[in-house]
Write a protein that binds this ligand. Structure first.
Ligand SMILES: [Zn+2]
Length: 111
């Protein structure tokens, strides 16, 4: 990966991390337990339980994604083979790296 590609990759990763970092507190708020004495009707309460489980799932997905992006950001500087397939040594396309920052295989070798 040349310097220009590294810069491009890092910019895209930073941009996504910024979005995730504003999204996480929003979801965490949604996951906060509902006060038992809250004056909510039964249906509203059930809605909240469903919404919370969706929010919890999204939250855990986002945290995993954030961790992968952080790792990729470190690897792009520290690992000179970053962005290169460990099997065939071909460069991994940028779009694939951004979609799966943890990947070390090109599409062909991953299959
Ligand atoms: Zn390959």
């Amino acid at each position: 990966m040349d310097e220009k590609q590294k810069k491009q990759f890092k910019e895209a990763v930073h941009k996504e991390m910024k979005i995730i970092r504003t999204e996480i507190p929003r979801l965490e708020k949604q996951c906060e337990p509902i006060a038992p004495d809250a004056s909510l009707g039964r249906l509203t309460r059930m809605d909240n339980i469903v919404n919370q489980s969706v929010a919890k799932k999204q939250l855990s997905n986002l945290k995993t994604r954030l961790r992968k992006l952080e790792e990729a950001l470190r690897d792009v500087d520290e690992d000179e083979d970053f962005g290169r397939c460990v099997e065939c040594d071909e460069p991994i396309p940028m779009a694939r790296l951004l979609a799966m920052p943890e990947t070390r295989l090109c599409v062909d070798c991953a299959e």
